[in-house]
Ligand binder design. Structure first.
Ligand SMILES: [Zn+2]
Length: 420
């Protein structure tokens, strides 16, 4: 269906001429015989193309009955498209590289470029893009260049299921050049169908003129028989990944057990954090109370942050965050068991804490919490008369739950500590 343009569309006018105007048959200079008007979306806005068509002026020349279109037209858009190449590439890139849904592509095209396309058209353009991408990927010339310096090739085949319930996608990859050769969905992977794929791989290898040194797969029956039939004498091995996965099972089980043991040992992070936060709260309010009473009127910081009030406590909180991250890290396969990584990381934290302790040895902590607590309690008693002027609530952006003892504490409204 032709694209329906709204009446108030403001088109940029692009006039295209034939550049080589020599008649291909008789060599005469060709003339403009007609115009073709096309409208299409580009990322720069809607465009109206005016294509000047040429033909040979000699009615007896076969070139007279044929018209020639401007050479540039096809570099802007393919025939019958309502979008230019730039929009097609934009759509294809969002779909294939970023895995956007069609509705997301549709709404972004509208939001960013005022290009309105139906979901059906977008799906059709995506198919065009995929076909071109596959053709590019399988272009024999590009492939030949890619394999120029390669002496022999190693092929692998495996079935992947992108989504449960979908047909399995059989992928043939070449491992020396690290390239997917082709992928074909097979609903029922019969030995005959699988063999067809393997025969296709043989045709590719032959066209490249490279010997196949090895096949790798998970050695399902259809692969074993198909490869033996199409590639007699070529070794066929278990794929490392499948092999390793099976061999590694007991290793991963032991690793998982070790993780559980470590997690049992390193716990109560929350308690440590709460203790530090409680102490910091107490110190902050102590300063403010002092301030209110005139004890440290001139030195009292107006905006004392937690790290200023209690630098040591802040470091402890940072350690807690790091340790929690280590305990929650579950990534890694059999070659990088997560439990081993966890043990290494915890060792590093231990060493780091030890370095800090060694460096601090002999120093009397500048912000001794006991001293502070005592001071603040004394100050609070002195200020008891001011209680009616104090507000309790203080909305700060701290992520951790506040300790319940906060209730009843004095936080003057006009000197609220900002700890965000
Ligand atoms: Zn001619």
């Amino acid at each position: 269906m032709p694209y329906a343009w709204s009446e108030d569309t403001n088109f940029a006018l692009w006039e295209l001429e034939v550049l080589d105007r020599t008649c291909a048959v008789c060599g005469r200079m060709m003339y403009v015989c007609d115009h073709r008007y096309r409208r299409l979306h580009t990322l720069e806005g809607p465009v109206q193309l005016v294509c000047k068509l040429n033909h040979c002026p000699d009615p007896n020349c076969p070139g007279h009955a044929r018209t020639k279109s401007p050479e540039l037209e096809i570099t802007i858009a393919l025939p019958k498209w309502a979008i230019g190449w730039d929009v097609l590439c934009w759509i294809g890139q969002r779909r294939c590289a970023r895995h956007w849904s069609i509705s997301q592509i549709q709404s972004d095209l509208w939001d960013d470029y005022r290009i309105q396309l139906s979901a059906d058209s977008i799906a059709r353009y995506i198919r065009h893009y995929q076909v071109m991408l596959a053709a590019r990927q399988q272009d024999p010339e590009a492939l030949r260049q890619h394999y120029q310096g390669v002496d022999e090739i190693i092929l692998s085949i495996d079935g992947l299921q992108p989504e449960k319930g979908h047909e399995t996608l059989y992928v043939v990859r070449e491992l020396t050049g690290k390239r997917v050769w082709f992928a074909v969905p097979l609903i029922s992977a019969t030995a005959a169908e699988v063999r067809r794929l393997i025969a296709q791989a043989r045709a590719w290898a032959e066209s490249l003129g490279k010997p196949v040194a090895l096949w790798l797969s998970d050695r399902q029956d259809a692969f074993v028989t198909g490869i033996a039939a199409e590639f007699p004498g070529v070794p066929h091995r278990y794929c490392d990944n499948h092999f390793l996965r099976d061999v590694a099972k007991p290793v991963l089980e032991a690793d998982s057990h070790a993780k559980v043991q470590m997690r049992k040992k390193v716990r109560s992070l929350r308690k440590i954090e709460q203790a530090v936060l409680k102490r910091q709260d107490a110190q902050a309010s102590g300063r403010l109370v002092d301030d209110r009473c005139g004890a440290t009127m001139t030195e009292a910081p107006q905006n004392s942050t937690a790290s200023q009030v209690d630098p040591a406590g802040t470091v402890v909180l940072d350690y807690c965050v790091a340790v929690r991250g280590i305990l929650n890290d579950d990534q890694g396969g059999p070659l990088h068991p997560p439990g081993l990584r966890m043990a290494d990381a915890l060792d590093e934290v231990r060493a780091s804490i030890q370095r800090n302790l060694d460096a601090k040895k002999g120093d009397s902590p500048s912000s001794n919490s006991a001293v502070w607590l005592a001071a603040s309690t004394a100050a609070a008693r002195k200020c008891a008369t001011n209680r009616h002027r104090s507000a309790i609530t203080s909305k700060t952006s701290r992520k951790s739950p506040r300790p319940s003892s906060r209730k009843g504490r004095l936080v003057p409204t006009d000197r609220r500590s900002s700890r965000s």
